[in-house]
Design a protein around this ligand. Sequence first.
Ligand SMILES: [Zn+2]
Length: 399
Amino acid sequence: MPLLRTDPLKGGEGGVSKVTNLEFIDAVFPRLPEQAYAAVSTKDGDPTKGGYTARRADQATTNLAPTANNYVNCSSFYHGENGSLRALKGQFAACHFLMLDDLGTKVDLDRFKDFDLSWLIETSPSNYQAGIILSEPITDGPVAERLLNGLIDAKLCDAGANQPLTRWARLPVAINGKPAHQTENGAPFQCRLIDWRPEHRYSPEAIVEGLQLKLAPAGRPKKTKVSGKSLIIRSADEGVHTPAPTENSVIAALKDHGLYKTPLGEGKHDITCPWVNEHTDAIDHGTAYFEPDDQYASGGFKCQHSHGDQYRLGELLDFLEMQRSQARNKPLIRVISRRSASNCGCGRKRAGKPWASLSAGRFDRVSIDRPDQRRSVYNTNYSPRPNPRTIHRSDLGEI
Ligand SMILES: [Zn+2]
């Protein structure tokens, strides 16, 4: 089915362009969680200036002037303690639609030739924002975040300044007041609703399938006691950490494949070779897996048979369909900063100063939840040292 019922080059004249912002919002938000509200925001002039002030859609839609930049948030929100409605993660009620942006410029429209979007709005010349309405609003924040991050990872949505749960999408009756999109006579670009199919609603599963998204693994890692080396976060910031799973993930995978035999001590394990059929007389003997240690960060694999040089750890991991990062079995650290945005360890004011001190342990990633709602994630190849040492920002490679 073709994506565009109306050729974008010919414009959205006809019924499509007659949808008002109020009708649009009513169709996208047929139901809201109790005590929750859809949020809109309106800005005059250049929308890159200033923040977004959220207003309750049920009270503000008549005030969304067609001569302003008008937005609706992808999520509904509860009132805060002081009675104000703000589009903050902490006030999240439910995610109602997914917004895709930069279609036609950064993202090829052909990518949607087999997927019927719920709407398409031209937001600047030949550049479109699209919406996908959820058949059921997602009230579980982490579930919605996984889906939204899946869109960002698939490059279907800009990573943006706002975090995914509080993303603002353009409403159909509005301008794009960015000076760069002004017409020759200085008038602002008028947004155009090109396609409007609110009956196209999707479950998260259908979206993942239809757009071929790859989602991060579900759920939070189990909280287990750290065994062996102690793990201390001595940060000026408030920190939490998720210890590595107590069972080595390669061993777990070997067990799943029926290849695991017995521990041999000191991190060595007797296993059945995945390529045992290539052994003389298919003898099931003389193959070992080694857990990660200081020398071999990902662990090791050794088969004493003649194909031993051919099959190393990489081949074993390929066989088990695992990544090297999984084989390292390292914990994920999250450091939650409560400092001000300019002083949270990401800003220049503290460049060079320690932002977290971590004792013995190996950490793959550090993710910092910043007070300005953004998240910074770093890769680190931090190796354990005899004494606790301080990690500096310069030790980390940004991913
Ligand atoms: Zn072998």
